[in-house]
Design a protein around this ligand. Structure first.
Ligand code: TYM
Length: 332
């Protein structure tokens, strides 16, 4: 039994990558762990957001969690910004985080690109806020996709630095949990790039709210190569697009890559793609419909979020007070 925390940014329609790399794995953890799943709206603010859309997208992530199988009576679903302890702890932790550690963060380098000087402080400091999200709940395990591993490792380093500074085990050292077959789902247009909400091409990704026809269209148009599928998955290593599609099939059908390759050995993509489309539709389309239903029942969603916020706040404030006491903050 551990304490689990994870989150997704409300930056638009969630993708198959978010589902396979993260949310789906959370569902299986709920029954035997204490789980906190947040909608990390403060993280979303590191790039410009339309205020009206942000609200809608925040509810949409909550709906996606529930539609994917997160049960609000087993797990705490809450909104990061509604718990002010996140930003407070983030400040305290930033005073224990050497800039050299942040300079190593791959995501900052990727997102800031050549515009480092004009990048906002929030984008640079973002991993410290993520550490606060994790440490406030004393999480032991953080289930994320491959791309977030470095941030969770940083949270672990920050927790260690804080504990050492006060010679006290305030924070457990959180472990990244990179689970399942599809820890890095790639773009359908370019098998060397991560499937991402921010890719300009809609055809690069499958959204959880795509209907059956759209999903089938996107898979039909997915980039591939002219060769048939091999019997041995090792032969896919030089074929990123083919590997990605087989990998998605493997994750969604809960089969190993070996068994999928065995099943489709020698098949052309004209045979494999319709089978993949049917599989994706059978799992994602019902989730999309349930998100749709929940989005039409705002009161139901807000009730779940309010209950989640209340519980998260209680836990978070307890940790924050413990930290304040340790640091020597005078509270009058
Ligand atoms: P975000 O919103 O970019 O992604 C949410 C989760 O989805 C996973 N993911 C993927 N997994 C596999 N293949 C993909 N193509 C793919 N795209 C996204 C991510 O790895 C992630 O697990 N900083 C985080 C959110 C965050 C967080 C936290 C996570 C804030 N605080 C505390 C864990 C704990 C982020 O931007 O995720």
């Amino acid at each position: 039994m551990g304490i689990i925390l994870s989150g997704v940014q409300p930056t638009g329609n969630l993708t198959l990558g978010n589902y396979l790399g993260a949310i789906r794995n959370w569902v299986t953890m709920q029954s035997h762990n204490t789980c906190f799943f947040c909608i990390v709206d403060l993280h979303a603010l590191t790039v410009p957001q339309d205020p009206k859309k942000l609200k809608m997208q925040t509810r949409e992530v909550a709906a996606a969690y529930i539609a994917s199988g997160i049960n609000p009576s087993l797990s705490t679903i809450f909104i990061q910004s509604n718990i002010s302890a996140h930003t407070e702890l983030s400040w305290f932790l930033s005073c224990f985080t050497p800039m050299g550690w942040l300079n190593r963060m791959i995501q900052f380098k990727e997102k800031s690109g050549k515009n480092r000087e004009s990048s906002v402080l929030g984008l640079y400091a973002y991993p410290v806020l993520q550490a606060a999200d994790i440490l406030l709940y004393k999480a032991t395990d953080v289930p994320v996709g491959e791309d977030q591993k470095q941030h969770v490792e940083l949270a672990r380093d920050i927790a260690g630095a804080f504990n050492r500074a006060y010679e006290k085990e305030i924070f457990p050292l959180p472990e990244p949990q990179i689970l399942g077959e599809a820890t890095r789902v790639m773009s359908l247009r370019d098998g060397t790039k991560k499937m991402s909400k921010s890719d300009p091409s809609e055809f690069s990704r499958i959204h959880l709210r795509d209907d059956a026809d759209t999903i089938a269209q996107k898979i039909k148009k997915a980039k591939t190569d002219p060769d048939p599928l091999p019997e041995d998955p090792k032969l896919l290593t030089e074929r990123p697009e083919a590997f990605n599609l087989v990998n998605i099939y493997s994750a969604l059908s809960n089969q190993s890559l070996e068994s999928v390759c065995h099943q489709f050995a020698g098949a052309q993509f004209s045979t494999f793609k319709p089978a993949l489309a049917d599989l994706v539709v059978s799992i994602i389309a019902p989730i999309g419909l349930e998100i749709e239903r929940l989005m039409n029942h705002e009161d139901e969603l807000d009730g779940i979020l309010k209950k989640g916020n209340d519980h998260a706040r209680e836990v978070a404030e307890k940790t924050l007070h413990e930290v304040q006491k340790t640091i020597g903050i005078l509270r009058v």
